[in-house]
Design a protein around this ligand. Structure first.
Ligand code: GDP
Ligand code: MG
Length: 303
């Protein structure tokens, strides 16, 4: 802890992000973190999937918890992620709901709003204001407000940066007075492992066609420091079916090479050093519904 020189009235706390897929939570988190001294870390003693983003400002430290998966559980994976998200919401000092204001709320948004009832302190970011049609903005605003009548709302654009300073100000003002929980620049090995797995998965999702990505999971098998030479990372990409394995590997192994190159560049950017990345592909039939497989892939505590 580095709270010796903190100003009086320094605030700190946990903010749980909630919102259906694609509303812009990750984009928002990234944009918010770029505004301050950024450190990202996985929170110790929680499941490996729950990642935190830490915004360290002179007057406050905000620990964001991304809570993926508040949506109808279709697979076992969905259920586990939902449980985790609800826990994160209940424990947080503030819940930050993210909605896409350029669209009307749907049933999933309503579900998100309902899940937020476990935490009374809720702030709403109506994202993608840059896409919103002025003619329907008021109507959408009212419809989202109706989902969470008590919540304070503001429009933002995570992509363009509109209103983000105001959002940070409002978040900070609602946190309790408290110390810094994390020192500036804190980054751990376990964090890098988790982020590396996520970046490999994201690279796969970016390069593969629609069907396959949801059946992708990544496990980092080996992560070795090699001093001046950087780091060696060995990882396995799991798919559900033999046919998907072929797609992920691609003709002459080209797809897997492309995924590896894209992921490696991003891991290097994240960790600030050279990375040697080796990827394998394995079929793990029906892993999304298999408790043991989910443990192994780090989706559940107590592997
Ligand atoms: P998540 O699933 O909620 O984490 O959403 P992402 O952060 O992955 O964003 C989903 C998509 O929406 C991406 O293509 C983003 O570039 C896009 N996006 C996010 N925020 C904004 C925004 O403020 N404006 C616009 N136009 N697009 C956005
Ligand atoms: Mg996301």
């Amino acid at each position: 802890m580095t709270d010796q020189q903190l100003p009086e009235g320094h605030r700190s706390g946990y903010v749980a992000l909630a919102g259906k897929p694609n509303v812009g939570k990750s984009t928002l988190l990234n944009s918010l973190l770029q505004q301050g001294v950024m450190a990202v870390s996985s929170k110790p003693q929680t499941t490996r999937r729950r990642q935190t983003g830490i915004l360290t400002l002179p007057q406050a430290q905000v620990v964001f918890l991304d809570t993926p998966g508040i949506h109808a559980p279709r697979h076992e994976l969905g259920k586990l992620m939902l449980d985790e998200a609800i826990t994160a919401l209940a424990e947080a000092d503030l819940a930050l709901a993210v909605f896409d204001v350029h669209a009307e709320p749907d049933g999933v948004d309503a579900q998100v709003a309902q899940a937020l009832s476990v935490n009374r302190a809720t702030l709403v970011a109506l994202n993608k204001i840059d896409l919103a049609d002025p003619a329907s903005l008021q109507e959408h605003w009212d419809a989202y407000q109706a989902l969470l009548p008590e919540a304070e709302m503001l429009t933002v654009s995570a992509l363009r940066g509109d209103n983000l300073a105001e959002l940070v100000e409002r978040i900070v003002s609602r946190l309790p007075v408290g110390p810094r929980y994390y020192s500036e620049g804190e980054v751990t090995d376990s964090f890098e492992r988790d982020i590396a797995a996520d970046l490999i998965r994201a690279a796969g999702m970016q390069l593969l066609r629609q069907e396959v990505p949801h059946a992708l999971a990544v496990h980092v098998d080996d992560y070795q420091e090699r001093g001046e030479g950087g780091a060696f990372i060995g990882a396995t990409v799991f798919v559900e079916r033999e046919s998907q394995k072929g797609i992920v590997i691609g003709k002459g192994g080209r797809m897997l090479r492309d995924i590896g190159t894209l992921a490696r560049k991003q891991i290097e950017a994240m960790s600030g050093r050279k990375v040697y990345l080796e990827l394998k592909v394995k079929v793990l039939p029906g892993w999304r519904d298999d408790e043991r497989a989910l443990h192994r892939l780090g989706y559940k505590e107590g592997r």
